[in-house]
Design a protein around this ligand. Structure first.
Ligand SMILES: Nc1nc2c(ncn2[C@@H]2O[C@H](COP(=O)(O)OP(=O)(O)OP(=O)(O)O)[C@@H](O)[C@H]2O)c(=O)[nH]1
Ligand SMILES: [Mg+2]
Length: 504
């Protein structure tokens, strides 16, 4: 029996085989069609491959947002992450903070000088604020402080000695300006004219008629890619290179900062005298200006900062204040399998609506709620006041109830516990500011647990579906304790990630 060929046996080959009587034109057309089909199929394969890769990458990415009001401590938490998980880059960057730390110091001095000048002028201050353009939490005032009319009645408190001191510290105005220019500082940022999705039904408090208007936040910020980070890096890398010529060139380029160190050095005794002076302290107390509690407080470190070989320590940098401009993205390798991306946002009211587009595709939110400003009030553009702790409650409520975030892990940092303790020690009464606290004991344990349960209750009531409550009491400027918390947070997020991928 004659054997059949493979073609005759295989029905598929038979089906796609060219017709036996194919003309040359038909053949050309067929081959063109076949080529088109092959290219289409290749494109589909490539798309599937790219989608698989993107999915794999997405599973390997952990996106975390840091949210909370301005001054909450979001950037400070990120600095701790950098210290722990990106040490090399941190060491390189730390030196760049020197100019920012000087700016913090110089602004504090200028702010005190402004207050004393107002006292000396013996008139109502132009702006009813105690720390104009202050970078500090004291920009948010209790409406229950004494009025300026009382404060300025005793003009004799400041003497000629104080006038001379103020004159001698005059150059600090110029230094502040120079530092701002050198750091490429953007512009004064004000919270006025905001439109936030979080403010609509927030508890708004009427300030008593005697209350001075609290300061509107008015401070400086720089973009993440601004040149300030490069300002001193070149000097550091020249030092590391061991190349004498390069170092000399880098040093001369940074003479401006040496000049500032010199001026601070030459004024350091005056700064210390100013800060220790009992009359000055009395005036600040009367105005309830808690300078020690303010962000970027370095008045106790003048000797160290003024020394010619001063280099910022980790602790200096975590305490330094520089408002975040917009959003900044950070990448960390917190574990071997994932690429962790953290987004640090500006917490100003005017910026909060810009958080929303980042809610998509996020695994966790670390929400920073500072507990210490329970007695601080922020003025809104319509003239009303909002208690800063209530502002955090309101933001937390919005985040918990967001359907977009229903499956996102929420982690609450009840921050600034050190300041809360200090404030309670100074007998600032919680019940005078948070009515629901009623007559509970005004000690740290009772107060902090009360605030925690308040946040917990909001989460329970507002979440679209039940979710676990993760909350930590933190002091973000205390790196050692914060690192322990961050490690627990990392584990919790990873566990959640694992559960999600199992579920998928
Ligand atoms: N004493 C004390 N100071 C803190 C704590 N956390 C943050 N700070 C300080 O508070 C200031 C403000 O902190 P930031 O981290 O800049 O605040 P932020 O939330 O990033 O603020 P924006 O960038 O304006 O949204 C900084 O000077 C910090 O050093 C804390 O737990 N205790
Ligand atoms: Mg910030």
């Amino acid at each position: 029996m004659p054997r059949t060929t493979d073609l005759e046996e295989d029905p598929l080959s038979l089906a796609i085989a060219p017709p036996k009587n194919e003309t040359p034109q038909q053949r050309q057309l067929r081959e063109e069609l076949e080529e088109q089909a092959r290219q289409n199929s290749q494109r589909i394969d490539e798309r599937i491959k790219a989608e698989r890769l993107a999915l794999k990458r997405a599973r390997q990415q952990v996106k975390v947002l840091l949210l909370g009001q301005s001054h909450a401590g979001k950037s400070t938490v990120l600095k701790n992450f950098q210290i722990a998980y990106n040490r090399e880059a941190w060491e390189e960057e730390r030196v760049s903070w020197k100019a920012v730390i000087y700016l913090n110091l110089v602004r504090t001095v200028n702010n005190i000088v402004d207050i004393l000048s107002e006292e000396l002028a013996g008139s109502q201050p132009q702006s009813p604020t105690a720390l104009p353009s202050s970078p500090t939490e004291s920009t948010f005032r209790s409406p229950h402080r004494p009025s300026h009319t009382t404060l300025i009645s005793d003009e004799s408190k400041l003497s000629g000695k104080h006038r001379i001191l103020l004159l001698r510290l005059g150059p600090f105005r110029r230094i502040q300006h120079d530092l701002q220019v050198q750091l490429g500082i953007a512009s004064a940022d004000s919270d006025s004219g905001y439109s936030s999705p979080y403010e609509s039904d927030g508890p708004v408090h009427e300030a008593p008629p005697t209350a001075p208007k609290p300061l509107t936040e008015n401070e400086f910020s720089v973009a993440s890619n601004a040149r300030w980070k490069g300002v001193l890096k070149s000097l550091q890398s020249a030092r590391n290179s061991g190349d004498g010529q390069r170092l000399a060139a880098a040093k001369s380029k940074h003479r401006w900062l040496r000049n500032i160190t010199d001026i601070i050095g030459s004024c350091k005794e005056d700064i210390k005298t100013l800060w220790k002076d009992p009359i000055v302290r009395g005036i600040l107390d009367e105005r309830q200006t808690r300078v020690e509690d303010t962000s970027g407080f370095f008045l106790d470190d003048v000797d160290r900062l003024a020394s010619s070989d001063y280099e910022p320590s980790d602790f200096d940098v975590v305490r330094a204040r520089l408002k975040t401009n917009g959003v900044q993205e950070y990448h960390f390798k917190l574990d071997k399998d994932h690429d962790w991306i953290f987004y640090d946002f500006c917490g100003s009211r005017s910026y909060r609506s810009a958080w929303v587009p980042y809610f998509d595709d996020v695994q966790a939110i670390i929400f920073l709620a500072p507990l210490s400003p329970f007695d601080e009030y922020e003025q809104l553009p319509d003239g009303s006041h909002v208690n800063r702790l209530h502002d955090s409650f309101q933001m937390w409520r919005s985040i918990c109830s967001s359907k977009l975030l229903a499956h996102v892990q929420l982690i609450l940092f009840l921050n600034k516990c050190d300041q809360l303790k200090r404030r309670l020690k100074h007998n600032v009464m919680v019940k005078e500011h948070i009515q629901s606290f009623k007559d509970r004991s005004n000690d740290y344990k009772t107060v902090s647990n009360y605030f925690r349960s308040y946040f917990k209750e909001i989460q329970r009531k507002c979440s679209p579906a039940p979710r676990e409550f993760f909350a930590h009491f933190t002091t973000a400027v205390d790196t050692a304790s914060t690192l322990l918390t961050l490690s627990a947070v990392r584990e919790a997020i990873l566990m959640n990630q694992l559960r999600d991928s199992d579920f998928l």
